[in-house]
Design a protein around this ligand. Structure first.
Ligand code: FMN
Length: 208
């Protein structure tokens, strides 16, 4: 196992909130989008769409719609992350592709039961759509590291203002912004919990 890959880069990543004025090259934008396109998603539904904002007038608007706070103020590139609300309409097509590809076996779901005998239920809905979109956005964050670009997620923006400015139709939800660009700052590591390990509570059998 090569331990010199990925984790050191993950350790060096910071949310960048101050960027130089250098534009991000189209070639790099294409690579960032490609990294997101290849991300895993629930039932391969691929709910994420990205609006690329890099014109000064548009950036200035998005910055104001985001309270001109932190990363948006200087970012030369902002990805507006959208999810398609009716994405499950594509379920049979996407699952059909997976079956054809051999990625999943052709099985009768009606025969499946849980440990306690409950029938299988397909888990779809907003939670899984957001999880899928977040996975793809984090792919962009990691690809950005390789391209010497900083990034910062931004969820503090006025969705209605951004929607109106770019005429985004109601069948898309705007879930986040992702600012990108060449870093003008070198922040120290942000605090983290010592461990994410979860230990279930110990139940004392003779406690009553
Ligand atoms: C879903 C999400 C939303 C975030 N929203 C914002 C935001 O609105 N503004 C901001 O400056 N940073 C935002 N961040 C960045 C976090 O504040 C940052 O990741 C955290 O403080 C840890 O710092 P680090 O990324 O430098 O390790 C967001 C991060 C995530 C994952």
């Amino acid at each position: 196992m090569d331990q010199s890959k990925l984790l050191p880069e993950i350790k060096a990543r910071r949310s960048i909130r101050k960027y130089t004025s250098q534009a991000v090259e189209q070639e790099k934008i294409d690579l960032l989008l490609e990294a997101a396109r290849l991300a895993p998603s629930v039932c391969n539904l691929q709910p994420l769409k990205i609006l690329v904002v890099n014109k000064p007038v548009d950036l200035a608007f998005v910055s104001r719609a985001s309270y001109s706070l932190g990363a948006v103020a200087t970012a030369p590139l902002i990805f507006v992350a959208l999810v398609q609300k009716n994405i499950t309409d594509c379920l049979s097509v996407r699952v059909g592709e997976l079956l054809e590809n051999g990625a999943i076996p052709q099985i009768n779901l009606d025969n499946l039961v849980s440990a306690e005998g409950k029938p299988f239920k397909l888990k779809l809905g907003n939670k899984y759509t957001y999880m899928s979109a977040a996975a793809a956005l984090e792919h962009i964050v990691l690809q950005a590291l390789h391209l010497n670009l900083g990034s910062c997620w931004v969820n503090h923006f006025d969705e209605a203002e951004v929607r109106a400015y770019f005429s985004i139709p109601p069948d898309f939800e705007i879930i986040s912004l992702l600012t990108l660009g060449y870093a003008e700052e070198n922040p120290k590591p942000r605090p983290r919990l010592a461990s994410l390990l979860y230990s279930p509570p110990v139940i004392q059998e003779n406690s009553v």
